[in-house]
Design a protein around this ligand. Structure first.
Ligand SMILES: Cc1cc2nc3c(=O)[nH]c(=O)nc-3n(C[C@H](O)[C@H](O)[C@H](O)COP(=O)(O)OP(=O)(O)OC[C@H]3O[C@@H](n4cnc5c(N)ncnc54)[C@H](O)[C@@H]3O)c2cc1C
Length: 542
């Protein structure tokens, strides 16, 4: 643990998707953070391979979406097999094909990338931002004090060392040591008593254009999905399934009665399971990169905060893989917490801002758990575990009832965009009524104009510059104020403001003044400029 200092601002425990995302966000805010990972290398498996539309938006903001898109692919169509014969194809996402383009939703479809590759790209981005993962270093205990938390960390040499920080974030997964250390209970239940096997393996001669499914395989359904960025397939095989015809024919089990059958996760066991349940000969089955057996569970921590310690990701909520929600919800936790820590540590916001993390994220986690459990029980995992809709895409999840949400426009139409919802994208390129312009104080229909941009990190106050989309104006660690169809008032340092008239923006937002939080949600929506100072002051912006 030679790289670890003895004092830092935030200790992040665990370099899974949650810890890596949070570390990237803190690094770009100039917050010093120590990210420790007990393993000697990042996680090697493909398990959470579906990046939902909202996660892609987060990755765009963090500056790694181009790499994610280059490395991944859209979901392939499912192809079912029976007795060595192709039976038919269907679209997993439940729609007739790729989602229709919408100017307010730049990435409408789930994107496939193995989890290990997503983590690798997050790690690369973290290094670009000046951060690092301290590998082979486990948290073994912690103590809290009024002004700090002290973590006991054990490095690869077995030596224990104490590091103190203002805050500590548990991103250490479902078996979280931190959660136990601070005594937060986690209530849960088994979603399915039947075990499943997930593995990544090489297969010769199976086409990579489809996700192959053997729904009536002996012993239980089996799926093989070609993984982008690799030559491997992800295997998912259910054990103890009622639809299986004869467990005895499945030599991948250990010979138990069907409902007790445990997956054999050895490379030979993985290959035997595939050979027994499909028409693929064992000779076509190659190297097994990673394998894991699991029983789908759902669980939710009673609290997401204890003093200076926050729980995020699987440390706070555990999902069935159905619906592809676990990794995505975890990344959203990190994205919600990162900017709040930044505002408190860098901008002097009141620590009360941090209370909003649990108040906003716990109800979302509870809802997402309910969705993934329902999808699982409806057969979601066997059907590939994915359904398209505003909730599973996480575009429709927001903080309408949250403590940071102020909707101050009376008489809104039923379907109007409201404070608390995701701030939608919109083109600023003149093709749909908007034009991005640097001209000052223009009020012509279809123009965007910035009069207040005094962030230390912005580098310029040149208005929308070459921005072609609203999301380009939001990108970065700052708070944005949009004045839609009205004058932009004076704004404090640290806030970027733009006036936008007409076009998709005015159609989507309606007229008003909108505070867009750094995580892309509408905090305040008002007509009255006098509402701004008080609201921005809560974020440390005065
Ligand atoms: C079989 C399976 C299939 C899945 N499929 C999907 C899917 O299709 N879609 C989806 O969205 N999600 C899926 N998930 C869920 C997804 O993988 C998790 O939600 C995601 O990995 C959570 O990320 P995390 O960073 O919170 O935790 P983890 O990925 O578990 O990372 C925690 C990290 O903390 C480290 N750590 C633990 N204890 C300590 C300690 N004391 N000190 C230091 N480090 C520590 C661990 O080594 C690990 O690297 C699946 C999960 C499983 C098990």
């Amino acid at each position: 643990m030679t790289h670890a200092p003895t004092r830092t601002e935030v200790i992040v425990v665990g370099a899974g998707p949650t810890g890596l995302t949070l570390a990237c966000d803190l690094a770009r805010r100039g917050v010093s953070a120590l990210l420790v990972e007990q393993a000697g290398a990042l996680f090697p498996g493909s398990r959470g391979k579906g990046l939902q539309p909202r996660t892609q938006e987060v990755f765009e903001d963090l500056g790694l979406l181009a790499a994610v898109h280059a490395a991944g692919r859209p979901y392939p169509r499912m192809l079912s097999w029976e007795n060595g014969e192709r039976q038919g194809e269907w679209d997993l996402a439940g729609g007739p094909g790729p989602a229709a383009p919408d100017p307010t939703v730049p990435f409408p479809s789930v994107w496939m990338l193995p989890q290990w590759r997503t983590q690798e790209l997050l790690h690369e981005r973290l290094r670009e931002l000046g951060g690092e993962v301290v590998l082979g270093t486990a948290l073994s205990g912690l103590d809290q004090y009024p002004d700090r938390v002290e973590a006991r960390l054990t490095g690869p040499d077995g030596a224990e060392r104490t590091v103190s920080a203002r805050y500590l974030v548990a991103a250490d997964g479902g078996r979280s040591t931190v959660r136990r250390a601070v005594g937060i209970p986690m209530a849960g239940e088994q979603v399915d008593p039947r075990p499943a096997l997930v593995a990544d393996l090489e297969i010769d001669g199976l086409d990579r254009g489809n996700w192959h499914v053997w729904p009536k395989a002996p012993g239980g359904p089996l799926l093989l999905c070609p993984l982008p960025s690799t030559t491997a397939f992800q295997l998912f095989a259910q054990f103890g399934a009622e639809s299986g015809t004869d467990s005895g024919t499945d030599s991948g089990t250990k010979g138990c009665p069907e409902h007790d059958a445990e997956p054999d996760t050895s490379p030979e066991g993985v290959r035997r399971t595939v050979a027994a349940r499909t028409h693929l000969p064992e000779s076509a089955l190659g190297r097994v990169h990673w394998a894991s057996g699991f029983r789908p569970r759902t669980a939710l921590a009673e609290r997401f905060r204890e003093g200076r310690v926050f729980l995020a990701g699987d440390a706070a909520h555990i999902h069935s893989p159905a619906g592809g929600q676990g990794l995505n919800t975890s990344i959203q936790d990190a994205y919600n917490l990162g900017w709040k820590l930044g505002q408190v540590l860098r901008h002097g916001a009141d620590e009360a801002l941090l209370d909003s993390y649990e108040e906003e994220r716990l109800p979302i986690a509870a809802e997402v758990l309910e969705i993934s459990t329902r999808l699982h029980r409806a057969g979601g995992v066997r059907a590939g575990g994915l359904r398209r809709g505003p909730r599973t895409e996480q575009l429709g999840l927001g903080y309408e009832d949250g403590p940071l949400t102020v909707e101050a426009r009376p008489g809104l139409a039923e379907d109007a965009l409201r404070a608390g919802e995701r701030a939608p994208d919109a083109p600023l390129d003149g093709t749909t009524g908007d034009t991005a312009s640097d001209t000052t104080s223009s009020t012509a229909n279809g123009t965007a104009d910035s009069t207040a941009d005094s962030t230390a990190d912005s580098g310029s106050a040149s208005g929308t510059g070459s921005a072609r989309r609203l999301f380009e104006l939001f990108r970065g660690p700052h708070v944005t104020v949009l004045a839609v169809g009205r004058a932009l008032p004076e704004l404090p340092a640290g806030v970027r403001g733009y006036r936008i008239d007409g076009g998709v923006t005015e159609h989507a937002y309606g007229p008003g003044l909108f505070v867009v939080r750094p995580d892309g949600y509408l905090g305040l929506a008002t007509h009255d400029p006098a509402d701004l100072p008080g609201y921005l002051g809560r974020l440390g912006l005065r």
